[in-house]
Design a protein around this ligand. Sequence first.
Ligand code: MN
Length: 253
Amino acid sequence: MKVLVANDDGIFSPGIRALALAMSEIADEVLMVAPDVEQSASGHAITVRHPLRYTATKLGNLPSNVSAFRVDGTPADCVVLGAHNSAKPDVVVSGINLGSNLGYDVTHSGTVAAAMEGTTMGIPSVAFSLRTGDAELDFSYAATFAKELIPVVAKRGLPARTLLNVNFPVGKPKAIHLARQSTHAWQDSVVKREDPNGQAYYWIAGTPTGSDEPDSDYLAVSQGFACITPLHLDMTHNSFFASLADYVPGVKH
Ligand code: MN
């Protein structure tokens, strides 16, 4: 089995190292391909207007079945180039992200987008994220679960156009639950400041809205559970599709 490991935090993140090390125990070959600098919240962007470099990178203290490359592009670029520059991987994994990816986060997340890119290539793909808090980061629970999950995903595959989004809480999870994508979002706030030349600049920040929807990803992680959510790339709203011909005059079914 060959596993491509990507992320959005960058090739030097401790999260991708933890995931690659875990994969090295269960895979014949592990190919790490990640951005050279952090690309969190870059979503599913692909770089098409400037060239990209794909640079072999020595990270040190990695098993002999792990190789690493950095890309001066996005997480999705990393998956595209990783799959192009070598034999097609059997599985794409992304993470372990420093910070959870819950609710609408999945639409901004570069971590999830790397798994989406793998999915569009027909490769079973899984995103892993870890909620960060005051405690020291502990990737061990997510890494151990990845070692159990990925062989199953490789063997059984996933439904067409479907990826798995896995989130771990701070500390040891009480259990691992199935969960649905919640409506958790970020209440955007924009902070305007002035640079030394008197020109305005802006920070987009936000606070999490959270969600207490039952069976949801946000509730699970907030209550100390890990959770796993199947996401579908077909974003067609089927019930509205059926009534859209009535909604828009002149549109034919
Ligand atoms: Mn990130």
